[in-house]
Design a protein around this ligand. Sequence first.
Ligand code: GLN
Length: 196
Amino acid sequence: MLTIGVLGLQGAVREHIRSIEACGSKGVVIKRPEQLKDIDGLILPGGESTTMSRLIDTYHFMEPLREFAAQGKPMFGTCAGLIILAKEIAGTDNAHLGLLNVVVERNSFGRQVDSFEADLTIKGLAEPFTGVFIRAPHILEAGENVEVLSEHNGRIVAAKQGNFLGCSFHPELTDDHRVTELFVQMVEKHKREAAV
Ligand code: GLN
């Protein structure tokens, strides 16, 4: 059985655990860096990226998270988690983990429409997926080796690069677990290949 962690410092943690378990894997809330060695993949949840980043520093997660990624273990950033994962954040010089080769813009769907739902066509899914967007970022630019998985109104809202997956919306907030399942499949594939 696969064990998938959710960084549990802040944000929509429980909902991801529920979604991981609905996909038949074991979900673990990660509160200490030592726990990273026990998991096969990690989700960085939505929340508030500046707060999450501060807590990543406070609890000494920055280097352990980079090492986790360097081992090739899959990571999935959703909403604020996408911002944490991104190589560049528009309008600032500071990235957080800087792993996924994209430029993101925060809160980029405008103040009037803070939150909305949209039916998305996502590569790898046969039917549309309802994305829940909450003060969501979008991907302004996808760099080399980044595969765009979904766009909404011409804006990139999901992308993949190797073992990194990122999306602007909250895939854990509905009962449709197909996007979580895409990540579970990445984790499964990596674990299988690493065991050879
Ligand atoms: N607006 C938040 C940020 O910039 C992200 C919102 C979310 O994760 N739902 O960090």
